[in-house]
Design a protein around this ligand. Structure first.
Ligand code: PHE
Length: 345
């Protein structure tokens, strides 16, 4: 009789030891079975009355060890369940899920055109010069032969800094030319790309901020023919090998003589269209021979050196190239507009 009961208890002990519940539900089943209020171990204690007196102590220990084994196992199972939950929530990664696609950006058309212009001029030995956008009056106007009472200042409506007659937002990157001439001895061969500001009413054709690339070449014996050839090279690189240029006399305070440069219309090739307004010519830049007074203002000997300069608006080139009919589109950063330039770089 005793032996049978011992065997029964040992069987339960084996069961407990071998049990391997894994899921939360299985572990709960284990708890109910061995530790719940109607668990299967409890009635084993009652069997003690069938055990011979000399075996009662050993039997009691055995049943207790079954209870202890069930308690320990449950604790272990629960701890490992919690650890697993913690790990999966911290990783939370489904390695089989498809990756998120990275949206590919596009360069802004102004950067595209600016880089193109820079490339064209660096190929023939110009280097890029950059400087500040908040300038003093002298570098923007004074050095450029445009003293305070000069009527030419009306050509470039200026944003002055508050309470200052001296500091302004540069109206052209000629200010960079002044800085380079002041700091460097000829030969000088630079282009100055950058943002400029003018107090203009914003419309489809004008904005209060835009970008320019200006160029400056100073050396001994630089002539108007060099200027013309450089601009022809630029126009043909930029707008196609058949492009012609036309120079019209103009006026700038810092160049003498001065000219506006037109290119033959690359849209209609002479047939007439609304880009060239049926003239077959499109204006792209201003230029001229650097006025000797400007050289002297910047500490360069005008007896020894001559030079040419030119300046162009990037927005205008971008608008011509991509047939953009409203300059404001270039500053709104509307993703639907910008996405159209993904193919350009
Ligand atoms: N600085 C002139 C402008 O902003 C452009 C220019 C540069 C003209 C150099 C002639 C020579 O309009």
């Amino acid at each position: 009789m005793s032996a049978e009961i011992f065997e029964k208890v040992n069987k339960v002990l084996k069961e407990v030891e071998l049990a391997s519940p894994k899921t939360k539900e299985e572990i709960e089943q284990f708890r109910i079975k061995y530790l719940g209020s109607k668990n299967t171990i409890k009635p084993l204690f009652g069997e003690i009355r069938h055990i011979a007196n000399e075996d009662k102590g050993r039997f009691g220990q055995l049943v207790n060890s079954v209870k202890k084994a069930a308690e320990d196992k449950f604790q272990q199972l629960q701890a490992s369940l919690e650890a697993a939950a913690e790990q999966s929530s911290s990783q939370g990664i489904d390695t089989s899920a498809p990756g998120e696609t990275l949206a590919l950006g596009a360069r802004h058309p102004i950067s595209v055109v600016m880089n193109q212009i820079i490339d064209i001029f660096t190929k023939i030995g110009f280097t890029v010069a950059e400087d500040r956008e908040i300038e003093d009056d002298w570098h923007n106007f004074g050095a450029m032969n445009t003293p305070e009472d000069h009527p030419a200042r009306d050509m470039q409506d200026t944003f002055y800094l508050q309470n200052s007659a001296e500091m302004l937002l540069r109206t052209h990157t000629s200010s960079v030319q002044a800085r380079v001439m002041n700091q460097t001895k000829p030969p000088i061969r630079i282009i100055a790309p950058g943002r400029v500001y003018r107090n203009e009413t914003i419309s489809a054709r004008a904005h209060c901020q835009f970008h320019q690339v200006e160029g400056l070449y100073i050396d001994e014996n630089v002539s108007f023919a060099d200027l013309k050839q450089t601009l022809l090279y630029f126009a043909q690189e930029m707008y196609g090998a058949d492009t012609k240029i036309r120079l019209r006399p103009s006026y700038f305070p810092f160049t003498e003589p001065s000219a506006e440069v037109d290119i033959s219309c690359f849209v209609c090739n002479g047939v007439g269209c609304n880009i060239c307004k049926y003239t077959n010519w499109v204006e792209i830049l201003g230029c001229g021979m650097v006025d000797p007074q400007v050289l002297e203002n910047c500490g360069i000997d005008s007896e020894k050196y001559t030079g040419f300069a030119f300046g162009m608006g990037i927005e205008r080139q971008a608008m011509l190239k991509y047939r953009i009919n409203d300059i404001r589109l270039l500053f709104e950063n509307d993703i639907r507009f910008l996405n159209q330039f993904k193919a350009a770089f």
